[in-house]
Ligand binder design. Structure first.
Ligand SMILES: [Zn+2]
Length: 334
C-alpha cells in the first residue's frame, strides 16, 4: 500500500502542461513500459493505447496533461495521515494524474478488466487527443467510453456539453461503486458521443481541480482501484444509441434570419435519424490510418507559434511558395 502511495506521489511531482517536454519524458517513464508490456503503442498523436481481451466493447480513458502554467517539478504538501496531497504550484495535477494512475494499476494487476485503454494527450486544451481517436480509430464493437477524470467521490457523469452522453439505466449499474448519475462539463469520453452508445466520466477523488486549492484523497483512490478490479465490467448493458450529430444548417448565423431579425425559432433542424451501424472489425487489424507527423500536428495546433518561428528564421510566405513550386508537385501548390 505504501509502495503504491509513493509511486503515485512520484508521478504527481511532475508538472506537465500539454505538449511540454516534461509531459513527453513523464509518459516515457511512467506509461510506455506498461503499455508495451500489453502489446500497445503510442499513436501518431502521442496517445498511448493497448487492448485487453478479445473484441472488447469498452474504452477506458484518462489524460496525461495537467493545467500547470509551466513544466517541471513541484513541491507536494502531504498531511500527517499521508492520505491527502496538495501542491504549492498553481494546481496539483491530480486532474488527471489520478486517472492515469488508476488505468496503469488496472493494467498492472493480474486480471485487468477487458477494454481498450487509451491514455490521452491534450485533454486540457480541447480534448484534442480523444477527438483524434474518435476520428481515426476503428471503433470496432465499442459501446462504452469510460473516463476516469471527475472530481469528488460519487459521480458518474452522464451529461456532457449539455447533452445526454449516457443513459440513467446505464449509470445505475455503477451503484456498487458508490456512483450516481451526474451532470458534468466535458472530458475525453464526450469525444466519442456520436459513435459510442454510453459515454461517462467517473469520480476519482480529486477536488478543486484547476485551482491552487486542488487536492487528492489518496485513500479513496486506492479503495476505488480495488473496487474497479472487483467490478463486473463484462456484464454491463447499454441502453441508448450514440448521440445524433446536429446539422446546424442556416441556423449557424447565430439565430438571426436573413432579414437580420432574431428568429423566434432558434432550434437547429435535426437530421433525419440515421440507423447507427456498428462495424465489426477485429481491432487487431490496423487500428490507425492517420500518418500526420508530430510536427504537422504541432503546426495545426500552434499556427501562431509556427509563424513566429518561421519569421524568426527569416522565412517569408514567398519562400514557402517558391519551395513548394520547386517541388513540382501539383498536390502541394498553394
Ligand atoms: Zn481532467
Amino acid at each position: 500500500m505504501q509502495n503504491l502511495k509513493d509511486e503515485y506521489l512520484e508521478m504527481l511531482k511532475t508538472m506537465r502542461p500539454a505538449m511540454s517536454v516534461e509531459e513527453d519524458a513523464w509518459c516515457e517513464k511512467f506509461i510506455l513500459p506498461t503499455i508495451e508490456m500489453h502489446g500497445g503503442f503510442e499513436d501518431s498523436f502521442g496517445n498511448f493505447m493497448c487492448e485487453i481481451g478479445d473484441n472488447p466493447d469498452k474504452l477506458f480513458l484518462a489524460h496525461t496533461d495537467t493545467v500547470h502554467q509551466i513544466g517541471g517539478q513541484q513541491k507536494l504538501l502531504i498531511d500527517d495521515q499521508y492520505s491527502v496531497v496538495s501542491s504549492t504550484a498553481n494546481c496539483l495535477g491530480a486532474d488527471d494524474t489520478t486517472g492515469i494512475f488508476i488505468l496503469l494499476q488496472l493494467l498492472k494487476s493480474s486480471n485487468p478488466p477487458n477494454g481498450v485503454y487509451i491514455l490521452m494527450r491534450e485533454e486540457e486544451i480541447g480534448c484534442n487527443g480523444s477527438e483524434h481517436c474518435a476520428n481515426t480509430l476503428c471503433l470496432d464493437n465499442i459501446t462504452q467510453a469510460i473516463s476516469f477524470d471527475r472530481k469528488g467521490y460519487n459521480d458518474i457523469v452522464t451529461t456532457q456539453l449539455g447533452v445526454r452522453t449516457a443513459s440513467t439505466q446505464y449509470a445505475l449499474q455503477y451503484e456498487s461503486l458508490g456512483m450516481q448519475s451526474a451532470v458534468g462539463s466535458v472530458t475525453d469520453s464526450a469525444s466519442f458521443r456520436f459513435k459510442v452508445n454510453e459515454c461517462v466520466n467517473l469520480s476519482v477523488g480529486y477536488f478543486n481541480q484547476h485551482t491552487t486549492n486542488e487536492y487528492q484523497d489518496i485513500d479513496f483512490m486506492l479503495e476505488l482501484i480495488d473496487k474497479l478490479l472487483e467490478f463486473d465490467w463484462d456484464n454491463l448493458q447499454v441502453f441508448k444509441e450514440p448521440c445524433e450529430e446536429i446539422d446546424w444548417g442556416y441556423a449557424t448565423n447565430y439565430g438571426y434570419n436573413s432579414n437580420g431579425y432574431r428568429s423566434s425559432v432558434t432550434y437547429p433542424p435535426l437530421k433525419p435519424k440515421k440507423t447507427h451501424k456498428k462495424i465489426k472489425v477485429k481491432t487487431k487489424a490496423p487500428v490507425y490510418q492517420h500518418t500526420a507527423s508530430k510536427l504537422e500536428i504541432f503546426i495545426r495546433n500552434r499556427p501562431r507559434a509556427t509563424n513566429d518561428f518561421l519569421e524568426h528564421m527569416g522565412f517569408s510566405l514567398a519562400d514557402i511558395h517558391e519551395y513548394l513550386d520547386d517541388q513540382n508537385n501539383k498536390d502541394f501548390k498553394l
